[in-house]
Design a protein around this ligand. Structure first.
Ligand SMILES: [Zn+2]
Ligand SMILES: [Zn+2]
Length: 348
């Protein structure tokens, strides 16, 4: 946990690895105790376990105490064709794969569950490797989109057998950022007024033939960090983490490209002294609004307003006046590699 002073207020930032598979998934053999050990060694504050079609990890977790690491257990759903992967939280019923994506998204939403569309767009270079796409963008009842998934982007980059071993030796060379069409799809939902959040994940399965990437390396790559106005409480941490992810009080960073220490992004009103963090809303009527971005060092910052880039600048500090209502988010690049992707701040 990192304490940050934002516009004179104490804010708590927690760093998390999302979408991890354990031995309870059919395609992973990793013990929960090993996941916890690696997560702690990588200084993670929270993790989410999303095994395929099971929440069995919950039982094991409830029997132990994991000091200093918050663990949220959900599951990953897919349909009978193994497409339309969906990360489900706060919803204990394991739904049958006979349901369509539309049916399970609606059921989760109606049951107060929280759901994120997982690796929605995959672009396999190697046609022998199958992809797992999101097929129905008419569905609107989901909470957010996993815009960046390490395993998915890495698998897309494989050209078996030619680069397989090179990609195992340096997997990070494949990880460049969310696809433009994924970002566009996400922006389009927010343009329609839906307020969908974004998350970034590892989709870690532990080392096996198909996924030869060790968790202790993956946990130092794509993370989703949440900003909270109050510390996580032992009793209510699941709900605090999940509502931050659902509301987009968070940003995604690839730690392999650098630790986003001291990063902040918010909109404040000089007149009312009010401020909005990522995922929050501020009113134009509060007057003299400014968007502030701070980075630990100079990098390419892009400010995106209603899905369009309005500023690209190499800097470590940006403060620009805001005069239009809509949604503002930022992207930060290190050369050709994407580093930070924030959730939007909404100006009404
Ligand atoms: Zn999946
Ligand atoms: Zn997965």
């Amino acid at each position: 946990m990192e304490k940050k002073s934002i516009f004179g207020n104490e804010i708590f930032e927690y760093t998390g690895a999302i979408h991890i598979h354990s031995k309870y998934s059919w395609d992973s053999k990793v013990e929960l105790s090993k996941i916890v050990k690696d997560a702690k060694n990588c200084q993670l504050d929270f993790i989410t376990i999303n095994d395929h079609h099971t929440c069995e990890a919950k039982v094991e977790i409830s029997e132990q105490k994991y000091d200093g690491l918050y663990i949220v257990v959900g599951y990953e759903m897919n349909d009978a064709q193994r497409n339309n992967h969906y990360l489900i939280f706060n919803f204990d019923e394991i739904l049958p794969t006979s349901l369509s994506a539309e049916e399970y998204v609606k059921k989760v939403s109606a049951g107060n569950g929280i759901g994120f569309i997982a690796h929605p767009i995959e672009k396999r270079r190697c046609k022998r490797l199958r992809d797992y796409q999101w097929e129905n963008w008419n569905i609107t009842e989901f909470d957010g989109i996993e815009i960046w998934n390490f395993l998915s982007e890495w698998t897309d980059s494989l050209s078996i057998p030619f680069n397989y071993f090179a990609k195992i030796i340096s997997p990070n060379s494949s990880i460049k950022g969310p696809y433009k069409d994924t970002l566009k799809t996400w922006d389009n939902f927010n343009l329609k007024g839906f307020r969908k959040s974004a998350i970034g994940s590892t989709d870690a399965h532990g080392r096996s033939f198909f996924t030869p990437l060790a968790n202790k390396k993956l946990f130092k790559t794509i993370r989703t960090n949440i900003f909270l106005r109050e510390k996580l409480s032992e009793k209510n941490s699941d709900q605090q983490i999940l509502s931050a992810l659902k509301n987009g009080s968070s940003y995604i960073a690839n730690y392999h490209r650098g630790n986003p220490e001291n990063f902040s992004c918010y909109i404040y009103s000089k007149q009312s002294k009010n401020f909005a963090l990522l995922g929050e809303e501020i009113k134009l009527s509060e007057k003299e609004l400014f968007l502030s971005v701070k980075l630990p060092q100079k990098n390419m910052i892009k400010i995106i307003f209603n899905g369009e880039i309005i500023l690209s600048e190499i800097s470590d500090t940006i403060s620009i006046p805001i005069s239009k209502s809509g949604f503002y988010r930022i992207e930060v690049y290190k050369g050709k590699f994407g580093w930070i992707y924030s959730n939007p701040i909404y100006v009404k």
